[in-house]
Ligand binder design. Structure first.
Ligand SMILES: Cc1cc2nc3c(=O)[nH]c(=O)nc-3n(C[C@H](O)[C@H](O)[C@H](O)COP(=O)(O)OP(=O)(O)OC[C@H]3O[C@@H](n4cnc5c(N)ncnc54)[C@H](O)[C@@H]3O)c2cc1C
Length: 431
């Protein structure tokens, strides 16, 4: 039975679809607008086509948000476990890979398919190829008037803006959500790539293009360590990539914007304890000193890294190790633990997985309702909340979509946010 909350959801990405099915479940009559030909396009690209839809290793440190307390309350309302239960209830089997959650089939399309079926089942009206370009609130009637790019008007009593961010889109695209929000008087925090590759002006990154290796990477801003990550580092023509780089790219980007000096220090022996490493080097020198430097390093790191390290040390590959001498060799080995990669920029919003910035969280309630316009809600990446790699951004899309949708339908989540004990149950439920 409909509760007569005629609700529009603008944007059929992860958060918009979640908002639409939830609002419908709580009795609203829902219309979902999508500017593209198909709903949920970005979902298909997630997790390299496998869709890392959440993570059991959940903590608030995985998120950037200016109001962590408010965010924490929202994750209490709809946690990782709630997301799993939701997906299982609509037919998706979930695979847990060390806490990283994927559809059992490891096909992102499976996630989108079950969501689409749910949109059908909940009788959500889906209108694709329709970009909403104008929105006004008539306070006297308590009614929203939306206008699409063809000039057609629509009326609703509730609106959820879930237009995402420009991440991974062509330059200049993906801004209408911010424009609509700003039109309602909302402050938009500066939008910048959140998870993105970093560009370097070092010539050696070109020589290393294509190399992937395990490394510990430290982000230095004006020489001070700001973050440290470990994992697969990838070298590219323009600089560096890989999950460890993505994780701190946001901090690097903001520092670059402030004109600060940014570099990344790479340790290519991340698992070697210092003393053992020094001892091993001494032994290696004693047994391998008759070899050329190229031969000496062979069998340790990637060949291309070896050559760069020799060059960086001002040595020649055909020089004998014993000619260089132990001290110089020890220095060379130490340099392999601290290669400095100067960072000249971020690799552009069109290559980013998410964007930082967006609708200021201070101007929405824990129910994701605008503090300025009653009946206006937000969900997903359009808000000034972004997470690290690992399923945390989709988790935010499910959580915020659920909250915005349910409240838009008139079912408040305020009490749950205040009283639910925490975001994770204490039992060690497995999946
Ligand atoms: C390559 C890639 C891989 C990723 N992998 C992962 C991953 O594995 N795990 C993870 O957690 N996160 C991942 N992310 C991030 C995650 O996909 C996003 O954070 C999430 O999809 C955001 O959902 P959203 O609904 O807020 O926005 P979007 O998914 O961007 O949806 C917004 C929708 O609104 C539509 N729209 C915009 N403006 C209008 C308008 N005016 N009128 C009508 N429609 C409009 C858009 O066309 C779009 O369909 C990845 C992102 C990318 C790009």
């Amino acid at each position: 039975m409909k509760n007569e909350m005629k609700t529009a959801v603008i944007g059929a990405g992860a958060s918009g679809i979640m908002a639409a099915v939830t609002a419908a479940k709580y009795g609203a009559e829902v219309t979902l607008f999508e500017s593209s030909q198909r709903v949920g396009k970005k979902i298909l690209a997630t997790g390299n086509g496998k869709c890392n839809l959440g993570n059991l290793n959940f903590s608030m440190e995985q998120y950037y948000c200016e109001d962590q307390e408010k965010l924490h309350k929202m994750f209490r309302v709809f946690s990782v476990w709630d997301a799993m239960a939701f997906f299982e209830s609509i037919g998706l089997m979930i695979k847990n890979k060390n806490g990283y959650l994927y559809p059992y089939s490891e096909q992102a399309s499976a996630v989108l398919d079950v969501l689409r079926m749910e949109l059908d089942r909940m009788k959500v009206e889906v209108i694709t190829e329709t970009r909403i370009v104008g929105a006004i609130y008539h306070s006297e009637k308590g009614e929203f008037e939306l206008q699409d790019a063809q000039g057609k008007n629509y009326s609703f009593s509730r609106v959820v803006i879930a237009c995402g961010s420009p991440a991974s889109l062509k330059k200049g695209e993906g801004m209408t959500g911010y424009e609509l929000s700003a039109g309602f008087g909302h402050d938009i925090r500066p939008v910048a790539p959140g998870l993105v590759q970093l560009e370097s002006d070092e010539s050696f990154t070109k020589a290393l293009a294509g190399v992937r290796c395990q490394a510990k990477v430290r982000l230095l801003v004006d020489g001070e360590e700001m973050a440290s990550e470990a994992g697969e580092l990838q070298f590219t023509e323009y600089g560096i990539s890989g999950i460890p780089v993505f994780q701190f790219s946001r901090i690097a980007g903001y520092a670059l914007k402030e004109g600060r000096d940014v570099s990344v220090m790479a340790d290519f022996f991340p698992d070697q304890e210092d003393k053992v490493f020094a001892y091993m080097n001494r032994l290696r020198y004693e047994t391998q000193m008759d070899k050329t430097l190229e031969e000496y390093l062979t069998g340790m790191l990637h060949k291309k890294i070896n050559m760069v390290m020799i060059k960086q040390a001002g040595l020649k590959p055909d020089m004998k190790a014993k000619e260089a001498g132990y001290r110089k060799i020890a220095e060379l080995m130490e340099n392999c633990r601290s290669l400095n990669i100067h960072i000249s920029g971020e690799h552009g919003v069109e290559n980013a997985q998410v964007c930082a910035g967006g609708v200021n969280i201070a101007q929405v309630s824990t129910e994701l309702e605008s503090s300025m316009i009653k009946g206006l809600y937000f969900a997903g990446e359009i808000l000034d909340v972004d997470g690290k790699c690992g399923g945390y951004n989709l988790q935010w899309a499910w959580t915020s979509g659920y909250i915005a949708g349910r409240n838009a339908a008139g079912s408040s989540t305020r009490e749950i946010a205040e009283t639910k004990e925490d975001m994770l149950p204490k039992d060690d439920r497995k999946c």
